[in-house]
Design a protein around this ligand. Structure first.
Ligand code: KIV
Ligand code: ZN
Length: 391
């Protein structure tokens, strides 16, 4: 699919939970867990699944091969460094997918060129050879200049042009160390598309890391600049501070379609389930206040907020919890809660109370809430029993 052939307002979602996500220290998943996550990603409408790095280990090779065989709608992609052995191994693993892709990369910034100690010309030649090799095996080839955002502008344009001429169909622009700011991210993609010959024949992708907490903003800015593929992970799992979080970009595009007129093919109601599964299998808990999938993302404790929510949920919610797969909003009771939420809770538990009785229970509730972080249904039931005994 070329940039020209893609609907102009459709953004492809490329999930790399099983590759970049798994590279988080300690996030290793078992073979069966990887198959399960890949199946969930495919079912939720992710366009491309980066299933692993086949040459990295026998286990990775087997997982990518099995995911490829079982894939339904998604493109299955494997990662390969810029050498024939990596690319061949990757192709062996993905070739049985209905829609296979090879993703090959090399670090192009001055710092990264120093690692293999290649001159600009030597690296340019390597890019030409390896992308040509990948394209001879597979007609869907993604190429990434790693650390693109710290690569000299002229050199970046030069190597992208070489990769396109050698047959790359997607050009990914990684912000490998999360260094870019959103204004730069948009500008970089826009200028690359305007400048590099052949750029309108390929898809530009954005791959952002979260070292400065800007990965989601950078990815969305890149889309504003013309990128039509976002690389991301569930829960933002990934190296160091992680990658762009899938749930954040997808829900941002859905919720602010008025200002960001692009859409994805993701079924957002499947977000919560996959978030919980990835958290469990990776062993990485989701922070309580994490956007979209955190325990508190749709919870309101303070009296003013709870009262506002009971009158009209739009007072304090910009998304519907049902749209991310939650049963509904939660109004946990705590020391900041007010009478309206207590009355609502009592009604849900089957108690009809008059104003005077509510006043009395509210005093007891506040005493309890001062001692406890959260007051649960069982606490309220106990409170009601004590109140009944006292009468
Ligand atoms: O962050 C990065 O540069 C990567 C590449 C391999 C695309 O993950
Ligand atoms: Zn990365």
């Amino acid at each position: 699919m070329t940039q020209a052939a893609t609907e102009q307002d459709r953004v492809l979602i490329f999930d790399t939970t099983l590759r970049d996500g798994e590279q988080s220290p300690g996030a290793t998943m078992t073979h069966d867990e990887k198959l399960e996550i890949a199946e969930l990603l495919d079912e939720m409408g992710v366009d491309i699944i980066e299933a692993g790095f086949p040459i990295a280990s026998e286990g990775d090779f087997k997982a990518v091969s099995e995911i490829a065989k079982r894939s339904k709608d998604a493109v299955i992609c494997g990662l390969a460094r810029a050498n024939a052995a990596d690319i061949d191994r990757c192709w062996e693993a993905v070739r049985n997918a209905g829609k296979p892709r090879i993703h090959t990369f090399i670090g192009t910034s001055p710092l990264h060129r120093a690692i293999p100690n290649l001159t600009q010309d030597e690296m340019a030649e390597k890019i030409h050879e390896t992308v040509t090799h990948a394209r001879n095996l597979c007609d869907n080839v993604q190429w990434s200049p790693m650390d693109a955002t710290r690569t000299e502008w002229d050199y970046l344009c030069r190597v992208i042009e070489i990769a396109i001429k050698a047959g790359a169909t997607t050009i990914n622009i990684p912000d490998t160390v999360g260094y870019t700011a959103p204004v730069e991210s948009a500008d970089l993609i826009r200028r690359l598309i305007e400048t590099v010959p052949g750029a309108d024949e390929v898809i530009f992708a954005t791959h952002c890391h979260n070292d400065l907490g800007m990965a989601t903003a950078n990815a969305l800015a890149a889309v504003a600049g013309g990128a039509r593929q976002i690389e991301c992970t569930i829960n933002g799992l990934g190296e160091r501070a992680g990658n762009t979080a899938l749930e954040e970009v997808v829900m941002a595009l859905k919720t602010r379609h008025d200002i960001m007129p692009w859409h994805t093919g993701v079924d957002t109601t499947k977000i919560m389930h996959i978030s919980r599964r990835v958290s469990t299998v990776s062993g990485f808990p989701v922070q309580f206040n994490k956007a979209i999938v955190g325990k508190n993302a749709f919870a309101h404790e303070s009296g003013i907020h709870q009262d506002g929510m009971l009158k009209n949920r739009e007072n304090f919610e910009i998304m519907r919890p049902e749209d991310v797969g939650l049963a509904g909003t939660s109004l946990p009771l705590g020391k900041h809660s007010g009478r309206a939420a207590l009355r609502d809770k009592l009604e849900n538990l089957g108690y009809e109370v008059g104003d005077n009785q509510l006043k009395d229970i509210f005093v007891r509730f506040k005493e309890l809430a001062d001692r406890k972080k959260e007051v649960f249904d069982d606490d309220i039931l106990a409170l009601m029993r004590t109140a009944a005994d006292a009468e």
